[in-house]
Design a protein around this ligand. Structure first.
Ligand code: SF4
Ligand code: SF4
Length: 158
């Protein structure tokens, strides 16, 4: 979804967003029912359901990291069937006061270092899809976190 912003070669040597430690494993993506059905991975990995979302089990390795089992040497095996939260990463749609805003996480060194204008121009063409997706499923809207930077109201992009 964010192909205009993210350079795959930079990601190949980073991979931060598909690996977690104890401080951010809570942020591992949950799959909505539609996303889970589309991904067709229920027979391939162990998983659990919390509330309305499906989560893949992740074992902690010797370095204290949890790796998403969908991460392969060549990237995410789900391709365009990855969940919305992954497709939108490192951006989020967050509630802030009465409005909904695009925000960027400081965990992604590649995109967080760009100025707001560059990030927003990179999502202009998909802003409407994002708006429609969160309208259809408001559970995809996140709470604002201290390490996010607010970019713009979602209705003012695209
Ligand atoms: S954190 Fe950013 S740079 Fe690193 S792999 Fe994820 S999208 Fe790529
Ligand atoms: S589903 Fe794919 S993009 Fe999402 S965390 Fe797992 S490997 Fe990364």
């Amino acid at each position: 979804m964010l192909k205009k912003l993210i350079d795959g070669q930079t990601c190949a040597s980073c991979r931060i967003c598909c690996e977690y430690d104890d401080s951010d494993v809570w942020d591992a993506p949950g799959f909505t029912q539609d996303e889970w059905d589309r991904a067709k991975i229920a027979d391939r990995f162990t998983w659990c359901k919390k509330g309305d979302l499906y989560y893949l089990d992740m074992e902690k390795d010797r370095d204290g990291l949890y790796h998403c089992p969908c991460l392969s040497e060549s990237g995410c095996i789900l391709g365009d069937k990855k969940p919305f939260r992954c497709a939108l990463w490192p951006l989020y749609v967050v509630r802030n006061g009465e409005g909904l805003y695009f925000a960027v996480s400081d965990v992604c060194p590649q995109v967080f270092s760009m100025d707001d204008e560059k990030i927003l121009s990179g999502i202009e063409s998909v802003a409407n899809i994002i708006r429609e997706t969160v309208k259809k499923d408001p559970s995809l809207i996140e709470d604002f976190q201290a390490n996010y930077r607010i970019l713009a109201n979602i209705n003012e992009v695209g």
